[in-house]
Design a protein around this ligand. Structure first.
Ligand SMILES: Cc1ncc(COP(=O)(O)O)c(C=O)c1O
Length: 1003
């Protein structure tokens, strides 16, 4: 048939299809096509409409994204063929659209779903150029006949529960549709934008390309149905189906703006599409139980329908309105107007008006010192702290702001599983007024008691009152009062009228109010949805528009005006200011950099209060913002912070404690301010004591940001913008068993040390000696590389035999990080002459140290003084000692050993499943995961590494890449990283490793 009609010599393979029979055709030149043999009942008009649709769409979509129809030998796009039993069919030959189905493609990120929406909107826009008139015949999947079709085929569903679900959906659809039906726009639509018709060409670190096939169900119907159908399939199998729909709608609306009425019917139409699929699926299955294709989306569609039945349809409507750039809740504008006119007429909530004089705003936002401190305090301490703040501010009442981003809501109840893992509810929707338990609160206006409930779970509202208000000249709304004393639940009765200014309740004790500092949470609610007696008081940042629309700012009602409304950080503005004020050599992480405003143990918290698991910040050794470190800093800052020119017990004690941690004869300490300074001083000592200048370094090493450190750091001087090494710096190959010059783990240590020996011998030939050999005890910038056995010990021997000094750079890898030992040079059974410390020892405070032998220190004291203004200051020393205390008290070295081992074993297991992982290496909390395109050739996979880092960031895990090939994922978290964190990391990494783009380019 193909030869006869199209002149093709080819191979043919059947593809799935519901109405047509489809065949994949490959010709002798390797080009691919699809032959479509239409159902015998298919009309020529409908086929012509499809051809016209493809022509129109081709004008707006890039080539290759939709099928192109090829003419036959006769020059026609449609040809007629006849079967043996004389049945006539139309055939078409179309181009093969590249890609995998959206159903198979992962991940369905917000950005991806937006792209799908854009594609869907573009197609809809294109189809409006079709000039053909619609035929009168009815089509089963048409939305404008949905009620009739569903009712007709409903009996095919045998299960009562499912029939009930369908009936409820029908009821909702009819209710919403009836008043607006005549106003809904009609036009040509594809009508089957489902996840098997959407084809995706995956790309690494780029937006995938979206194509579309199968215009066989195209029809003339409600235009809104196009978006509804696409949503219905996109929502399948999603943790939060509405979130998926929202992102698709944002894209769709950008290309093909929806009207308000269309947005209103969208959610019920989504339900209708699912019901059509379920009823027609049941009917078709009855007739052809063996056809697997028919049943393909039945189970997920049913699960989705069940899930959506739980959703309040107005909530979905508001979400969709917001996605289309409208005020989420229509009543809000009217309410705001009324509230403005009613200003001044409200009774004070607290009896006394909240004025500038007696009231102070309390900054409880993420990133505020108050909220950071409160989290470590008991309720009594919180109370005392608040009283102190009020005293300082000369105020009687403290007010917590509306729309403030708060990360205090850490409990599971505030977690929401989104498209990208957990999102926390952090946007405060009410205003908090802090006052003593027992303080009376009053109704700001007349209302009716609508709900009374004791929400007595920990961190909930405790006793709660919700009043309903029907102002004469404004919309109906509700006010919520949370964290009350229990007596109001007895005193008030549901349905009771509450007069203006009536005493409603009193502020509850911490023991009854959900465990909070005594306060009242006051919130305005314009739509209660289906909540009874409880209501979200904090919202997801991704739904901030919706919730702040439904729960507008109550500041005006409380007499606070605008001042209790939180001012948001403007991302774009911050970005521009940084670009202007900092030089461009200071880089930012991630394609879309994060705003980080707070640290907490092993987490960094962004400006929306979202927690990121920090797997890379080894500087925050004992955890971000550790209270003991903050206290040590603050306490000493009150007392003394000066240099080492006076006798003082604090810096001496700190130096003694550091020296005690090192093996003899390393017992003499210099305190400095950074790792760079430490290495700078170590070199100065080595130059001075040896009276030599030559230094032996490792390929790819990094030792700091000063000029001399750049000279001894091949990672910098051999990298972009570098000028190569000066003549006194000699580089040996990186001792890298996985990929380096010597790969036999047993002999590699000796062979790499031989390179050190060779340099020493070469120097001798020129009458010189090495001043120093400097080496990290595990390699950081080199790609998280542990040294092969025996390398340091033998290298040290060679260097010492030739008169040089051995410097161990423990800036990254010291202080218990290696787990097995406190210092990483101990892994090598070697003792250096000079050790340099930095990063972790101050937990973020700039402290560094050089520790050497007394003999070396004495020789170094040749008359030229060493002075450091800040090194060894009392504040730094106190902080340093607090870090040592916490390491010990919290057993952090042991944690690094145990959790690090567990993690390494599990990473090794992942390596068995994913050939992308070429190597897993390291010790304790200093691990590297090297990614390769092929385990045999070990070709580095930097783009895959970048993809993983970006995707993990989206899933709220911070990792980064390292190594000369930028293909090593580096893991060096705060040492408080726990087992649960390790499980989370493994789970998320496994999730991402399965994603489609990571399967590209592997061979
Ligand atoms: C191994 C090593 N040594 C020294 C330094 C320099 O430390 P700092 O940046 O604190 O001066 C670094 C910094 O990354 C480092 O990784």
């Amino acid at each position: 048939m193909l030869e006869e009609n199209y002149g093709l010599t080819c191979t043919v393979k059947e593809l799935p299809g519901e109405r047509d029979r489809n065949y994949l055709v490959r010709d002798s030149e390797g080009d691919s096509y699809v032959l479509k043999i239409s159902n015998a009942g298919e009309s020529q008009d409908h086929l012509n409409a499809q051809i016209s649709a493809l022509e129109c769409t081709a004008k707006l979509l890039e080539q290759g994204k939709i099928p192109q129809v090829f003419p036959g030998k006769n020059g026609e796009l449609l040809s007629r063929v006849c079967t043996n039993n004389n049945i006539k069919h139309w055939i078409r030959l179309v181009s093969y659209v590249d890609g995998i189905t959206m159903a198979e493609y992962r991940p369905h990120t917000r950005e991806f779903l937006f792209e799908v929406g854009l594609a869907c909107g573009t197609v809809t826009k294109a189809l409006q150029d079709i000039t053909m008139q619609p035929s009168a015949s009815k089509h089963l999947w048409e939305m404008h006949n949905a009620i009739e079709t569903i009712q007709k085929y409903l009996p095919c569903i045998s299960e009562n529960k499912l029939r009930d679900l369908v009936n409820q959906s029908l009821e909702l659809y009819s209710k919403v549709l009836t008043p607006i039906e005549s106003e809904l726009r009609h036009g040509w639509i594809h009508n089957d934008f489902n996840d098997y018709n959407v084809l995706v060409v995956p790309k690494l670190n780029e937006t995938p390309s979206i194509g579309l096939i199968d215009f066989g169900d195209m029809t003339h119907s409600y235009l809104a149905a196009e978006a509804a159908v696409a949503c219905a399939y996109t929502m399948l199998d999603k943790p939060d189906p509405l979130e998926a729909a929202v992102h698709l709608i944002i894209g769709f609306h950008q290309q093909f703006p929806l009207e308000e009425k269309e947005i209103k019917i969208l959610f019920p139409m989504i339900l209708m599409r699912l019901c059509l699929s379920l009823t027609l699926g049941a009917y078709q299955l009855q007739n052809a139980p063996e056809n697997k294709y028919l049943g393909i989306s039945q189970k997920p569609a049913r699960e989705l329908l069940e899930k959506l039945q739980e959703v309040n349809h107005r909530y979905a409507h508001y979400l969709f309105r917001d996605a289309c750039g409208l005020e989420a809740c229509k009543v809000t504008t009217e309410f705001r107007k009324w509230q403005k006119t009613a200003t001044g007429s409200f009774h004070s909530l607290m009896g006394e008006p909240l004025t500038n004089k007696n009231t102070s705003m309390l900054d409880l936002s993420t990133g505020s010192p108050i909220s950071a401190k409160l989290q470590w305090m008991s309720i009594d301490e919180q109370q005392e702290y608040l009283e102190r703040i009020l005293l300082e501010m000369n105020a009687e009442t403290a007010v917590g702001k509306y729309a403030e981003v708060r990360s205090v809501y850490a409990a599971e109840e505030f977690h929401h599983v989104s498209l990208e893992g957990v999102e926390k509810r952090t946007i405060h929707l009410g205003i908090d007024v802090f006052a003593a338990a027992g303080t009376a609160i009053f109704a700001p206006l007349e209302g009716i008691v609508h709900h009374l409930k004791d929400n007595n779970n920990k961190l909930d509202y405790g006793p709660t009152v919700i009043l309903k208000h029907k102002p004469k000249d404004g919309p109906i709304f509700y006010t919520l009062y949370g964290h009350l004393g229990r007596t109001c639940l007895r005193k008030l009765k549901i349905g009771q009228t509450v007069r203006y200014g009536m005493e409603l309740a009193v502020i509850g004790e911490s023991t009854e109010n959900g465990g909070w500092l005594p306060h009242v949470h006051f919130q305005i609610i314009l739509d209660l949805f289906d909540f009874e007696g409880n209501y979200p008081g904090v919202a997801l940042p991704s739904q901030q528009n919706l919730w702040t629309s439904v729960c507008p700012d109550p500041g005006m009602m409380l007499g606070l005006g605008e001042k209790s409304n939180n001012q948001e950080i403007d991302y774009g503005n911050l970005f521009e200011r940084r670009k202007k004020v900092f030089g461009p050599s200071l880089s930012l992480n991630y394609q879309q950099p994060l705003i980080i405003v707070q640290g907490q143990a092993q987490s960094l918290i962004d400006h929306k209060g979202q927690f990121y698991l920090d797997c890379v910040n080894n500087v925050a050794h004992v955890g971000h913002s550790h209270p003991r470190i903050a206290k040590a800093y603050s306490d000493q800052a009150y007392v003394l912070n000066t240099n080492t020119r006076y006798l003082n017990h604090i810096n001496i004690k700190y130096a003694e404690r550091l020296c005690e941690l090192l093996p003899e004869p390393l017992n003499t300490c210099f305190l400095v301010c950074s790792g760079s300074e430490a290495n700078e001083l170590a070199l100065r000592i080595a130059f001075s004591v040896s009276e030599q200048k030559d230094v032996i370094v490792l390929e790819e090493a990094y030792h700091g940001n000063t000029n001399t450190n750049i000279d001894i750091s091949p990672y910098k001087h051999n990298g972009p913008g570098g000028n190569g090494p000066p003549e006194w710096v000699h580089e040996i190959p990186m001792p890298y068993v996985y990929r380096g010059l010597h790969r036999d783990a047993v002999t590699a240590g000796k062979f790499y040390a031989d390179h050190v020996l060779k340099i020493c011998e070469k120097l001798s030939l020129h009458g010189k000696k090495p001043a120093a050999f400097i080496c990290e005890s595990m390699l950081g910038c080199g790609g998280q590389v542990p040294l092969p056995d025996g390398f340091l010990k033998q290298s040290y021997q060679h260097v010492r035999q030739h008169g040089g000094f051995c410097i161990a750079d423990e800036v990254q890898v010291g202080f218990g990080r290696a787990g097995k030992h406190f210092w990483s040079f101990e892994l090598q059974d070697a003792v250096p002459d000079i050790v340099t410390l930095g990063k972790p020892i101050g937990n973020g405070h700039p402290i560094g140290a050089v520790i050497t032998t007394q003999e070396i220190a004495e020789t170094f004291a040749n008359g030229m003084e060493y002075f450091n203004t800040f090194g060894g200051s009392q504040v730094s020393s106190s902080v340093g000692m607090a870090v040592l205390d916490v390491i010990e008290l919290e057993g952090l070295q042991q944690n690094s050993l145990e959790t690090g081992n567990w993690l390494k074993n599990n990473l090794k297991e992942l390596k068995q499943t994913f050939p992308l992982i070429g190597d897993v290496r390291g010790e304790g909390f200093f691990l590297g995961i090297e990614l390769v395109l092929n385990p045999d050739t070990k070709e580095p996979a930097p783009l895959h590494a970048e993809y993983i880092v970006e995707r993990l960031k989206s899933r709220k895990i911070l990792l980064s890449t390292e190594g000369p090939g930028h293909n090593v994922l580096k893991f060096k978290p705060p040492m408080v990283f726990n087992h649960q964190n390790a499980e989370q990391l493994i789970g998320e990494l496994e999730h991402v490793l399965k994603e489609t783009p990571l399967q590209l380019h592997l061979y």
